[in-house]
Design a protein around this ligand. Sequence first.
Ligand code: NAP
Length: 322
Amino acid sequence: MSDESTAKNVDPRYKRVAIIGLGLIGGSLGHAIKRGKLADHIAGYAHSEATRKRAMEIGFVDSVHPTAAEAARDADLVVLCVPVGALGQVAAEIEKSLKPGATVTDVGSVKNAVVRDVGPFIPDGVHFIPGHPIAGTEQSGPDAGFAELFDDRWCILTPIPGADRAAVAKLGAFWEACGSRVDFMEPKHHDLVLAITSHLPHLIAYNIVGTADDMETVTRSEVIKYSAGGFRDFTRLAASDPTMWRDVCLNNKDAILEMLGRFSEDLSALQRSIRWGDGDGLFELFTRTRAIRRSIIDAGQDNPAPNFGRNPTHAEPDKSDQ
Ligand code: NAP
């Protein structure tokens, strides 16, 4: 972690925060800000009136506004929580209402494209510090948000060269006060890391579930009935928001294609091991991958409970080795 995030005496609070996009991430952020008393006022905007109304009913914002520009006016921190493909348009809408000295950040799952699309709309005197909390669920919308989403999860900030150190330190302290651990990266490196840790797993899950859905020799009801054999663990990822994942694929094309290429090569090698009965090769790979699971648990990034922490009253014994 860089020294920027460990400045313990930095005040994490902002007087007025604007959250643009009031779904899973925007909603969770509103809850986390309220839990930590990190702002005097949270102004919110989402494009549908139904979402704005619901956000007020739930109470994770203090006011909602009919335009992004009005929500952002006078805000000390503006957090863009809309799908990656909408970030440029939203940045253009708020450009004229950003106050000097304010910080603009985002939570988008890719970073290079965000710098490209949002950067040109940030006026001089406003700090632009892209970010990405590595936390989420397969749910979306304002009802999906909860205060604990960011607890003990990493938030990666990708400040652009020349970013104001005090503004970066304050934003880091803010995310830490929301429960996160903070790290810093170059936008391009972020996109490569996330391509393997998040984007590729989602694409594999979408593909497996799609393949199962297209089968003719095994019925859909059999796939669902016997899903505890492993399939159901892919369905959680494959249930993720289609808009968000379309935008991730379109905006991290190079890194995703690179990872897909490597994945295809490794899959071919695996296919070959099975074809030639290379038991030692298979055993070596499966042993190596099991150790990675152990490391993730040791790093506090997943639940060590058996059956992936599923409620034992509802869970069958883990028979995923069958
Ligand atoms: P979500 O639950 O679908 O919420 C998206 C919000 O953005 C909704 O309030 C939606 O408003 C609003 N919105 C969509 N298009 C808009 C536009 N053109 N102008 C204004 N508002 C618009 O999505 P999410 O999961 O919170 O994702 C938001 C961002 O977080 C994305 O950039 C995503 O890459 C990133 N992220 C997601 C996860 C995850 O696991 N989900 C994790 C980390 C980061 P309506 O409700 O009115 O449609």
